[in-house]
Design a protein around this ligand. Structure first.
Ligand code: NDP
Length: 378
């Protein structure tokens, strides 16, 4: 855990910037009227209410090493439940996070979470293809939902998740932690407010060298694709939130230099996007390279974040000099903001609609690859 001074620095930063940043959300929409009056609507939290209880579903790497520790730093949320298919994980989690036995579920007993008043938010941290099922079951249990990125593995599943949450009157959010990171918030401001003029070019890429060929990430069925859904989605996000527009068309090519290893997914994908205001963006993602950057170019200046998409050590500069921002615990800020949205009955800036928009781009990228790299409409 960070020390108190570090926490205070983060809180000070947030207090100063919070109002402005709220206004920078992408074109998020409020929950439709159909959500009102739906069954099992959890009660809004007042500013002095107890923190919301969060249950993590799937106790893998991200839940264990990032989300659970971040929940020790949140002010509006706390870890009250776990859902796991691996009984050997339970004792350690229960003792480390003081979780009562009645708040421990597996994938068969999951729906009983509906009767648990300690759990307000279900956070789905499962392999990508399982996000839709557990998000929908959580909504049907009357719980607010956060699902990890990518939101799902198809546009249709994203739509089903949004519909289920609307019907249940619960809020839906995607774990896009970088919307809460100050360098990224700054590049959103520079781009959308056209501080250096209208953005002309974005270059954003995220690749890492993966040696774990046994993992679900290499299964098309479980991952929905390869590096594009896993980390390429950050590059799509970066372009979209810096320009503040939705891409209208994309062209893409997929490569595989090791067909013995990458039997179901592309090893590398390169793609370009065109935006309605005239900006263009170019990207790559791969499981056989190491790149991690978001560059913004405009007529009177530029901004670069590199490394861009990490949990920490994010660094950036503009043509005016280094960006000077404190390091934050992105996931803690993300979850506290979701709790605030629940209390205020606001749509999260990282809503289900935001995840859906990325999935539409991802499907267009695969369509373009299938058509030999031709431009296709998003
Ligand atoms: P892991 O493989 O480490 O963990 C996934 C967990 O899901 C497993 O440990 C297991 O937990 C559970 N699970 C249930 N069924 C299966 C199955 N059939 N195969 C494999 N696991 C299963 O993955 P990660 O934690 O790295 O990723 C989980 C999700 O989080 C992904 O969607 C990923 O994209 C996202 N993620 C997001 C990040 C971010 O920065 N926002 C960073 C990393 C990941 P149990 O044993 O408890 O049942």
């Amino acid at each position: 855990m960070p020390n108190t001074d570090a926490r205070r620095t983060r809180r000070d930063f947030l207090q100063k910037t919070g109002a402005a940043l709220g206004g920078l959300a992408l074109s998020g929409t409020a929950l439709p009227a159909s959500a009102r009056g739906a069954r099992r609507r959890p009660r809004a939290m007042s500013s002095h209410a107890k923190p919301l209880g969060v249950a993590l579903v799937g106790l893998g790497n991200y839940a264990t090493n990032q989300l659970a520790p971040a929940l020790l730093e949140t002010e509006q949320c706390r870890l009250t439940g776990i859902v796991t298919g691996t009984p050997s994980k339970i004792d350690r989690w229960r003792s480390e996070y003081d979780i009562p036995e009645k708040n421990v579920y597996n994938y068969e007993t999951f729906d009983q979470i509906a009767d648990n008043p300690d759990i307000h938010v279900v956070y789905v941290v499962l392999p990508n293809s399982m996000h839709a099922e557990y998000a929908i079951r959580a909504a049907e249990a009357g719980k607010h939902v956060i699902t990890e990125k990518p939101m799902a593995t198809s546009v249709r599943d994203c739509e089903r998740m949004i519909e289920a949450c609307e019907k249940a009157g619960v809020k839906l959010s995607v774990g896009y932690r970088l919307h809460f990171e100050p360098h990224h918030q700054e590049i959103m401001r520079l781009g959308r407010e056209q501080v250096y003029g209208r953005v002309t070019v974005i270059e954003a890429s995220f690749s890492f060298t993966s040696r774990n060929t046994e993992a679900w990430r290499f299964s098309k069925e479980m991952a929905g694709g390869g590096a594009l859904l896993d980390v390429g989605v950050y590059a799509i996000q970066g372009a979209r939130y810096t320009i503040g527009e939705e891409p209208v068309r994309v062209r893409a090519t997929g490569y595989n230099t090791r067909p013995d290893v990458f039997t179901e997914i592309y090893e590398t994908i390169l793609w370009d996007m065109e935006f309605p205001g005239g900006a263009v963006s170019t990207h790559s993602t791969s499981y056989s390279a190491n790149v991690n950057r978001l560059y913004m170019m405009a007529p009177r200046g530029w901004a670069r974040i590199e490394p861009a998409f990490m949990y920490n050590s994010v660094a950036g500069r503009t043509n005016e000099g280094p960006m000077d921002f404190p390091e934050v615990t992105q996931q803690a800020l993300q979850m506290d903001d979701f709790a605030r949205c629940i209390a205020a009955d606001e749509t999260s800036r990282v809503s289900g609609e935001e995840g859906l928009r990325d999935m539409k781009v991802i499907e267009a990228i695969y369509r373009s690859i299938d058509r030999g790299g031709r431009w296709v409409e998003v």
